[in-house]
Write a protein that binds this ligand. Sequence first.
Ligand SMILES: [Zn+2]
Length: 256
Amino acid sequence: MSVRTKIILLLVPIIALLVAGGLYFLNKGHKKVVVENEALQKEVEPQSLVSDGVKLNDEAEPLNDIVEEKIEEAKEEEKIEKVVEEKKDEKEDVKEESEEEIDFDIKNKLVSWGYTKSSTRTIDTIVVHSSYNALGGDEYDTDLLIKEYKEYGVSPHYLIDRKGKVYRLVEDKNVAYHAGVSETPDGREGVNAFSIGVELINNKEDEYTKAQYSSLNNLIDYLEGKYKMKYILGHDEISPGRKTDPWNMNWKKVDR
Ligand SMILES: [Zn+2]
């Protein structure tokens, strides 16, 4: 047996012992990490701790430090995520609120009379009216009232029923016949040409419903978003002496 062979034979068990010892310590540290951090196992994998620079033969002590660090980091991240989520929720709330304000229903019920087609007019006035079905039957029936408009060959652009439901009878761009002989405070006659007519269903004795005021304000908001409005006026204000509607209108409840 040569000297070289003897040395190799001696070294083999020593290397084997060192490797076994190293594996033992590594395993010990590994187990500790798993036990102490069950709750965080998903966020912090023990494997990544070892690869973060811990040598195989090191004691479990520095591993614990790193584990604690990782736990702190994970907690911090969780906190940040929570704050980000909360901010997101806040933003969504604000969005919902603002959508609620302008998102009201307009149901199309376009009529074939009571207007002249146009595509070039400028709109800067809203005229508010009131009317009811005076031809027999339910005074507040929407279809009967529209039938009455047909008999007279007139129509507003919008009609708000007692429950606050908004119907579109004529498209904004067209000139609807709702005002008749009329004049705005700045001296312009023939108000139909540059206005939007809004009828609220009401007789001469009753008050408007809360839903009607709410829908009227939503409609005004909606129209002011589309056109640069100069006036929001009652029919009686543009045709004084001839017209008295909108009857019993409480203008304090209208945004104008
Ligand atoms: Zn009127």
